[in-house]
Structure formats: C-alpha cells, structure tokens
Write a protein that binds this ligand. Structure first.
Ligand SMILES: Cc1cc2nc3c(=O)[nH]c(=O)nc-3n(C[C@H](O)[C@H](O)[C@H](O)COP(=O)(O)OP(=O)(O)OC[C@H]3O[C@@H](n4cnc5c(N)ncnc54)[C@H](O)[C@@H]3O)c2cc1C
Length: 415
C-alpha cells in the first residue's frame, strides 16, 4: 500500500522522492489542476540544501538558481550595517540557493515522476477528509473542483503536506484557528534587473516600522544583457491586510511611498519596484505551535504542521528537513504508527522553536537593533551604533535555532 501524501508543494514532493528512493510506494494528491510554477523567490540554506544535494539535485538546482555568496544588511539610508558570507562561500559543503519557488517545485516534480511514474502525482484532487482504522488510513478527495464527485484512497499512512490552510490539520485539530496576522503586510515581486553588489548578494534593508526590503537574485543571465531576475519583498507594519491568498495581485501605490527615496549607491530601490514584472500581496502570518501532529497513521508536515513568518528563510527548508526525518522513520520502522510518532518526536519541538524565534529574533533583528540604537538616523560609523560581534551573535544564534550552524551540521549524520 502507498503512503498517501496530500499536497504537491515543496514538502510533499520532497517526501515523495525520499520515500521512493527508500523503496516505499507513494502517491501524491494535489488540489491544483496542474503543477504550475507559482510563487516567487525562496531560499534554501545549507541544512536543507544538503538534503537536496543528497538526492542528487545539486547540479539541477545550481543550473537554475543563484548560488548566494553573502548576506548583507543596510539601514534605510543605504548605509552598510553588516555582512557575512553564506553557503559554500562561508565554508559549508552545501550551497545556499536563491531560487524561484516554481523552479524548485518543478525540479522535485520532474525527478519524482521520472523515477516513480507520471501517475504517482494526481492533480485536481482536493482533500476533504482523512480517516483510519483496520491497519489502514484513507483520504477522500473531491475531483476537479466538483463537490459531488469524490474518491477515497487507502494507504499505510496519510501525510498532510497541504500547506498553511491545511484541511488535514483542521480535521486533526478542530479548535485550531486561522493564521495569525503579525501586523506586517508584504508585497512580493520579481524584476528583470542588472546584477548588483556581488551579483549573488542577499540584501535586507530598513526596518518594518518605516518599511523593510528583502532583495535577492533568483535567476542568472535571463537575457542577452546578462540581467538577472531579482526577487524582492517589501514589508511594512500596518493593520491593513487581506486574507492569505498566494495569488493575490498587489498594487504598487499601496506601498511605494515607504521606499520612494531609497536611492542606494548599489541599487535604485523604487526603480526596481516600479519595473516589476508582477507584484503579489501576502500578509506575514503564522500559527501557534501545535502540541501534536501525529494521530495514529495520519500526520502533518511543512507549513501544515508549523507555518512560520518568512523572516529566517526557513519555511521551505524546515519542510525539507521534516521530509527527511519522516522518510527515515518510515524506512526504519515497519510499524507506521510508531514511525509517525518518532518523526513527531524528532521535529515538533525543533520547528516550534523556529516559529517562536521568527517572531522575536530572526536574523533581521540586526536591523531592529540598528533602527532603535541609531534613533532611525544616519550614522557616521556603524561601530558607534553597535559592534560587529554583537551583530554576528544575532545571526549565529539564529543558525543554531534553525539547525544550520556549522557545528550542528557537522555533528549530525554523515551522508
Ligand atoms: C501557490 C503557492 C505560492 C507560494 N509562493 C511562495 C513564495 O513566493 N515565497 C515563499 O517564501 N513561499 C511561498 N509559498 C509557501 C512555501 O512554498 C512554503 O512556505 C514552504 O515551501 C513549505 O512548503 P509546504 O510543502 O509545506 O507547503 P506549500 O509549498 O504551500 O504546498 C502545499 C501544497 O498543498 C496543496 N494543497 C492545499 N490544500 C490542499 C488540499 N486540501 N488537498 C490537496 N492539496 C492541497 C497546495 O496547492 C500546495 O501545492 C507558496 C505556496 C503556494 C501553495
């Protein structure tokens, strides 16, 4: 019998591929009618990149993504605050990839169906309920968006990898409310632009109170002029926000005012925003950590289990780490219920800590410190505001929480 995976997002497809490689039969059911490259940029830091490299995807990823060189911070006046090398440039064995979410999803999807067979990803199937009993678990889906047309499939386990609005989670935790708004709204876009700084620099600038930008390239050489596809996210504290819909179009006039005078020497930020191919609006939301994911033969994974603020570049990464832990547990245990419990034991507390730390002290806490200590004024020397050691301590502490500090990675299993 199959392991039934609900959701062909980053977590679901990674799990499918990992289980398939371990000789465990899987089938993935996705509500969308086709696997289309939706979304904008995401980051894959060394802990998650290691997992993808071990799946043999390193070259495929490097061919479409940007291998990041450095992470840099600036205030809203464009003054340099702090930078550090990342991924292989920081001595890790595994790169930090900046990638279009759709490119990553397509690589996972194509690799999985090439190995397991095209029929292993079934689209147009929206999960409406899950059940279990008699040594089996089952999931019921509507077909092609029609509520009167359903199908129920059985397997050894059902994994809810169905994202932040997870139906599986709603059934397992009926009292669970919707996503919690952080007070920060986000506008995400991509712009064709010439390379800035190293050509592979992950930039964070400003602060949420008056507007913060996250900017990084996600595709190289997209035209004859050597331009890149630059991903950017504008984050602004405001009570105004709409329901979470990954496809909601954003309006430039709603946020450009915060960034109109950001003419940095390495990048004209308002010009970058105005030249965007597309802009999406999405509120910064998460949910309180759960005390339980696994109920017998049914469990949760990725955003369904632990949606988090995208302030530490860890949403996709933690879903990938979940997939690894669950694939190992199912491969090592003939008893699926025991495997799902072991997986929860390994991952629940670890991800809950990332969710909480993303609320309080993710890496961009560097910018909050500079904003507060400088009184939001230009400074003469950053050393007069805060020391490099203190800034490094913020990012190093986050690496430990999220599990990608060198010591943790070296101390874990060897590939
Ligand atoms: C369309 C879309 C665009 C996104 N864009 C971005 C982005 O630009 N930047 C970013 O940082 N993060 C983005 N994300 C979120 C990001 O992919 C996740 O935070 C992270 O990768 C964790 O992955 P996941 O597999 O847990 O969830 P997701 O990647 O969200 O995948 C969940 C999957 O489950 C499917 N699904 C949902 N409900 C059901 C159901 N009832 N039955 C069957 N299938 C279902 C969804 O269609 C989706 O394919 C996006 C997610 C989606 C779905």
């Amino acid at each position: 019998m199959d392991v039934i995976i609900v959701g062909a997002g980053i977590g679901g497809l990674t799990l499918a591929l990992m289980l398939h490689r371990r000789g465990i039969s899987t089938r993935v059911y996705e509500s969308a009618n086709e696997i289309r490259p939706i979304g904008v940029g995401i980051s894959i830091l060394p802990h998650a990149s290691r997992e993808l490299c071990e799946l043999g995807l390193r070259d495929a990823l490097a061919a479409v993504a940007v291998t990041a060189q450095e992470s840099c911070f600036f205030n809203r006046f464009g003054q340099f605050v702090y930078k550090e090398p990342v991924g292989t440039y920081a001595g890790y064995e595994w790169p930090q990839f900046q990638i279009h979410r759709g490119d990553l999803q397509q690589i996972l999807y194509r690799t999985y169906v090439a190995e397991a067979g095209a029929g292993r990803v079934v689209t147009g199937r929206r999960c409406v309920r899950v059940d279990q009993g008699d040594g089996k678990a089952s999931a019921t889906f509507t077909i092609g968006g029609r509520d009167d047309d359903t199908e129920t499939v059985e397997g050894i386990a059902v994994i809810g990898a169905d994202g932040i609005h997870s139906q599986v989670r709603k059934q397992l935790h009926p009292g669970d409310g919707g996503p919690i708004y952080s007070g920060v709204n986000m506008w995400r876009g991509v712009t064709r632009w010439k390379p800035y700084l190293t050509g592979a620099s992950y930039v964070r600038a400003g602060w949420l109170t008056h507007g913060k930008m996250v900017i990084y390239p996600i595709r190289n050489n997209i035209d004859a002029e050597g331009n890149q596809l630059i991903n950017w996210v504008a984050e602004v504290e405001t009570p105004d926000h709409d329901r979470q819909d990954w496809n909601k179009q954003g309006r430039i006039e709603d946020f450009i005012g915060y960034f109109d005078d950001w003419h940095f020497d390495f990048l004209d930020v308002p010009a970058l925003i105005r030249a965007a191919d597309s802009i999406l609006e999405y509120p910064m939301v998460d949910k309180d950590p759960l005390d339980r994911w696994s109920f017998g033969r049914i469990t949760l994974l990725g955003d369904a289990a632990h949606p988090m603020y995208p302030r530490g570049s860890n949403g996709a990464g933690q879903a990938i780490l979940d997939a690894r832990a669950l694939a190992d547990a199912l491969a090592d245990n003939a008893d699926a219920e025991a495997a799902l419990k072991l997986y929860e034991d390994k991952r629940l507390a670890a991800t809950a800590q990332v969710v909480r730390t993303n609320r309080t002290t993710p890496p961009d806490a560097i910018l909050r410190e500079v904003y507060l200590r400088s009184g939001d004024k230009p400074f003469d020397r950053i050393e007069d505001v805060i020391s490099a050691e203190e800034l490094a301590a913020i990012t190093n502490s986050y690496k430990k929480v999220a599990g990608y500090d060198k010591q943790s990675l070296a101390g874990q299993r060897v590939a």
